[in-house]
Design a protein around this ligand. Sequence first.
Ligand SMILES: [Zn+2]
Length: 255
Amino acid sequence: MLIDTHCHLYDEAFRPDFDAVLDRARAAGMECCVMPGIDRSCHDALLAVADALPGFAFPCIGLHPTSVGENWREELAFVRDHLVDRRFYAIGEIGLDEYWSKDHLKEQIRVLEEQLSLASETGLPVIIHLREATEDFFRVLEDLRGVSFRGVMHAFSGSYETYRRLLTFADFKFGIGGVVTYKNAGIARALEQMSLDDIVLETDCPWLTPVPYRGKRNEPSYVALVAEKVADIKAVPLEEVGAKTTDNARKLFNL
Ligand SMILES: [Zn+2]
């Protein structure tokens, strides 16, 4: 059985054939998924899916770095205020993204720091989205030394050295998704040296579709393709990848 630890199942891309998507996910061996939040605009849709699929789709709440803009204070207050509404399984996704825009980088950093502190207070894990901002992220970790939290580096695409360095700051897991199936993906090389104890599987669906469906909509069932590729790269049986990553995900998110 597999767990998709990063699944935007509530995205409107799945509305037309939602039940068929679920059937395929279950048929592919997916036992449950974790749904990261992005901002206020997706919150209701996310909770509607969580309510419809208890024990299968686990909700999270957080402010995504690309949603940090002029109204970041209200968005951040929304996370803080609604965190207590019900059980959430992580604060996420949160992080830094200098690829889409650096316009609000200062605010991104502030929002990340506040949410990491929130994670520390609540004991919830974090889901980190990091894109072209590795050194700034390390500066944040450096500033927050002493604040203890744990979480997952979602869609990890760093080097083995970055992996080792991240582990000196917190008990991170590393989310491996469709990118690992792409030709010349650097993460495939890093993965050879990474411990299976540190890895969780994810799709990030409807985005980051694995080969051979690259270019089309990604969906939760494709987590099985990621598992196969990981087994391939690590040269271990598929069952071992499934068992290990599922165990890692259960522990990380308290599923
Ligand atoms: Zn995501």
